[in-house]
Design a binder for this molecule. Sequence first.
Ligand SMILES: *[C@@H]1O[C@H](CO)[C@@H](O)[C@H](O)[C@H]1NC(C)=O
Length: 367
Amino acid sequence: MSVPKLITMAKIEASVLKSKFRGCLLGALIGDCTGAPFEGDTITHGDKLVIQRYYDKLEDPTFTAPYKSYTDDTAMMKSVAKFLTDKPEPDYRFLARLFVTEFFKEPKRGYGQNIVEVFHKLRNSKFEDVYKPAKEQFMGAGSYGNGGAMRIAPVALYFHDNYKTMLEVATNATKLTHTNILGVNGALLQSVAIQLAVKCDPEAKIDPERFCAELYRRMRKIERVEEDLDDIEEEDDGTRKAYQNKLRVVENLLQKKHDDDLDEEVILNLGNGISAYESVPTAIYCFLKALNEIPSIQTENVFRRTVQYAVSLGGDTDTIACMAGAIAGAYLGEDGINTALAKQCEYYRDVLEIADNLYVAKEGPGN
Ligand SMILES: *[C@@H]1O[C@H](CO)[C@@H](O)[C@H](O)[C@H]1NC(C)=O
């Protein structure tokens, strides 16, 4: 991919950065809460009209309904934020405890069966080796679900100016539950996308192709490092270059004209499932596609378009919309998000507080 470099801000103003922290976590929450009712669905043309009306209503300030509940995505994201704000140095044992405590407090948040098994083992082993239970999953292969990626936003925000540490912390935090290289690299891709979105000027238009090319460049480096690992077969190019290949597909799909058939192609080639591999690149595609108008979606708002488009693909809607929403929110900031829509979500005010705490922990109280 030889496209000109992405234009990013050399220095981010304090007020803009603060707004981006809020936008990112709020974006994740909204994607999670509003996407959850459609989880597991196959979406027809008629359903897309239903989804359009659903978001029209949610954006109407006079519309009142019970809160949309958040799921495991937000529950775990909450713990990741606390892990960063409550300790001066990353303490992964502390993070494992936070995950487990949160789970046993509210187990009915839609956690997957495998992660529940990890939580039980962690608790039963008294957190002796916090990486062991996840490592043992799938007969030692580890999980490649999207659970690492869906909760990673606070790490990308906190280390937005320290790329190397961001990747390390994201890796370690993911390995508490997902040790398969596809699960880990999926979380890395999501954090790289958020970090890059933070650096993009919300007043300037992002060129989707350039953004994608930059992600590709970075994933090539990340996946190259993994080439040395002996647990990946030399000939297994599909795994070694999994995310690079997916980003090429993203680039290719971005160039196609939109119609209903294209959505089918997106689902077929990028996926809408619970594996990181079949959902993180999809979330990135949703964000990049929604930077421009989508004929089937009536809204002027990029954030809403991102989330609504993600949900309209069906499958693991809450997590894909959560990840896409986090990237869009990190780019646009809080101002890019309709407040009426945000207020439909359970935990809306708490998430703003979490974002502010994270910002203060990072930048200091005077900023
Ligand atoms: C990540 O984990 C490794 C292995 O436990 C450790 O050596 C490293 O210091 C950790 N990195 C960070 C940034 O916490």
